[in-house]
Ligand binder design. Sequence first.
Ligand code: UDX
Length: 460
Amino acid sequence: SSSSPATTRSSRRRRVLMFPLPFQGHITPMLQLAGVLHAHGGLDVTVFHAPVNAPDPSRHPAAYRFVAVGDGNEFAAEAAALIPTGSYGDFPAALMALDALLRVPFEDALRRALAAEEDEDVAACLVVDSNFRGVQAVGERLGVPTLSLRTGGACCLAAYLAFPELCAKGILPPDQLQLDMPLTELPPLRLRDMVLSTTSSHATMATCLERILDSSRCSSGVILNTFNDLENSDLEKIATDLNVPVYAIGPLHKISIGLESSLLTQDRNCLEWLDKQETESVLYVSFGSLASMDREELLEIAWGLVDSQMSFLWVIRPNLAHGSQRVHLPDGFEEAIRGRGMVISWAPQQDVLSHRAVGGFWTHNGWNSTLESICDGVPMICRPHFADQMINTRYVQEVWKIGFELEGKLERETIERAVRRLMCKEEGKEMRRRAKALKNQARISVEKEGSSKTAIDMLI
Ligand code: UDX
């Protein structure tokens, strides 16, 4: 584009280009980051997005530009077919296939965006999801500096960094009989916590992780949705190992307030219901946007919750039951929970977790859920499914001591015991006290001169 002598490249307004992975748990932090860069840094924003799980521009500042990558229904169907629908899909393979599919039309879209740069507005950088190594390489080829957004915790990236070493030592791929072996290289993780997906081959997982690490190493900086006081030693490890700047700028949802990027409609009636419940009396139960389970497990959860005698708010997503679009709750369940239980299909989770009535969270430990729980001082029952969730669970239980894993087969008696342990036993109260201390540290980190606030200023 032409720039007159008066508007040199450095004096022009800066635009940040972003490309999130099209999953709820990745779109949310990317758009929260956009909100922070726009509101605190005065940066203009362009969001490139896949034709599936597209964000809704009407929920974002009018100044943002949204650019759909790839044309036509056929392309959109191809992208949609790659979105895994539950815990049983080959997740790493799907991530790489999406990256490969999207990077081709992204090149055109990026060229057009760069050609249309106006005199007063220049692309400062491209922020990609760290699973988008191919997309990122397009940016590099076209001369745009890149930043890599890790939507998981520092604990996860630190563990992924050790993956090649564990392979070289012959510890991975794992011996199935040794899955409970503690990893001396990565305390408090066990061998099983490094198996990202039980349906994926070792070679696929290794390639997927290699690409994530490449994305970090090839970037001008890695951005993490976490805060120093929570993950200090892993953040230091990452910075030393990667040799690029590392920005811990979370919890993003406590900085980028008022933004709602949910793909499903949130049932806000549950907040009124929570208003009527006693303080810290309700267990919130939700397994994020992707995890799924079979029908028998859902039935055990239903009766375990009933038998616990505790109040609960349970999110049953339409596709939570593996291979089905509807969940049939057992006969007698609704009468049994009347007054003390509520079932909804999607929650305004951040508002739920910050509600005074919520005293515990039974979660799959996706990073967003884990961080949201920590930042509202809510202790957890952990039931991880895949990817980083097992790693997050270990940290919740062993490092922060703000929850515990519900292991083994899901049965109503063990569920009942776990719920009571968290909600009414002294042990659960201690976990809640520790969670509240972390909540306080999270709050301080985003205040003036807090570590995350400072990192955001540096990033901008
Ligand atoms: C995925 C992976 O599973 C996770 O391991 C990875 O760290 C991020 O990507 P997801 O499974 O959806 O994410 O879990 P999570 O990271 O917890 O994100 C779920 C998001 O959906 C949270 O921000 C949560 O607030 C929101 N949510 C969840 C709702 O708004 N309503 C709900 O009812 C449930």
